[in-house]
Design a binder for this molecule. Structure first.
Ligand code: SER
Length: 313
């Protein structure tokens, strides 16, 4: 398989690890990382990097032509908590970038597009447990509104113009190499850093707030697996439900305590509680498992062991 890939938003939480994995698969020179700021040393040293604003269609096009790009992964976005502070900016970034990339695919400059959606497409009226692919979707956050609109734009460009765009509704993604910024599920990343640095953590969600989550390794694998799947196996062109694990702050704290016995967690819910309360607690992703054979690998225990081992090293 020979592809030349452009990643928009490569310096972010998911972009960073996805870039390294794609470089390992497709060759360093065939994966062009880009962002509005430079990436870390590993990214800058391991392959091509361009400064690109993901809302700037002309610059994206210039780089597609310069590098003969066949696929674009659009990962630049403003997450849920920040988007509530800057609604206009969030809408602009999240929608303008998507429409630019979809247009470039419609104009046949690229063959394939990846764009992430989120559990934020669901809202307070959605069935909370084992949330199905097709259900009530009335998001209550700016981020969620941008994601559900984006899903329908993807489906529209696919139906109307034959654009090969593929998408996943990510749960909260947990990583240790690069921290997320401005999300509601970010507590489940911060907690590991604070557990090691200071032995305690003040959580901005309440102890029983159950949310769908996934370890970064699984998220990266799911993304690449979806992009490599045969066209005829992709039956959903809005975005696939995707799941691995779900837990509460209390449960992740108990898991950390198995490794750091004096670890303490306290709870000080803020405005992000309301966002979390509007989202599902678990997701039914049977469609992804059936259509393109998705399987997750990490549970809460194996993820915790892996993160703490890596952070200590
Ligand atoms: N992790 C994201 C957030 O919390 C959800 O997609 O905003």
């Amino acid at each position: 398989m020979s592809e030349t890939i452009l990643i928009l938003g490569a310096s972010g939480q998911i972009g960073n690890e996805l870039t390294q994995k794609l470089r390992a698969i497709y060759g360093n020179d065939n994966v062009i990382a880009s962002d509005i700021r430079e990436g870390n040393k590993e990214m800058m040293d391991s392959g091509p990097f361009e400064i690109i604003d993901a809302t700037d269609k002309e610059t994206i096009l210039k780089n597609i032509q310069k590098h003969k790009v066949s696929q674009v992964y659009l990962l630049a976005a403003m997450l849920s908590a920040t988007a509530e502070q800057f609604p206009q900016k969030a809408w602009h970034l999240n929608m303008t970038s998507l429409l630019a990339v979809l247009d470039l695919a419609k104009e046949k400059h690229i063959k394939q597009v990846y764009w992430p959606s989120s559990i934020a497409v669901f809202g307070p009226t959605t069935p909370k447990e084992n949330t199905p692919q097709k259900t009530i979707m009335e998001p209550s956050t700016v981020y969620g509104i941008s994601k559900i609109s984006g899903e329908f734009w993807c489906n529209y460009y696919h139906e109307k113009f034959g654009v090969d765009v593929r998408s996943l509704r990510y749960p909260g993604i947990i990583s240790w190499k690069t921290k997320p910024g401005g999300g509601t599920t970010d507590y489940a990343v911060d907690i590991y850093f604070k557990a090691l640095e200071q032995g305690n953590y003040e959580c901005f969600l309440s102890e029983e707030t159950r949310l769908p989550m996934m370890y970064m390794n699984d998220a990266v694998n799911a993304t690449i697996q979806l992009m490599q799947a045969k066209t005829e196996d992709i039956k959903i062109r809005t975005s696939y439900n995707l799941a691995a694990i779900d837990f509460t702050p209390k449960e992740i704290a108990l898991e950390i305590k198995k490794h750091i016995s004096n670890f303490e967690i306290t709870y000080q819910p803020d405005f992000r509680q309301k966002i979390a309360d509007s989202w599902p607690s678990s997701i039914n992703d049977s469609e992804a498992r059936k259509d393109w054979n998705w399987k997750h690998e990490f549970d809460l225990a194996s993820m915790t062991t892996d993160i703490l081992k890596n952070l200590k090293a």
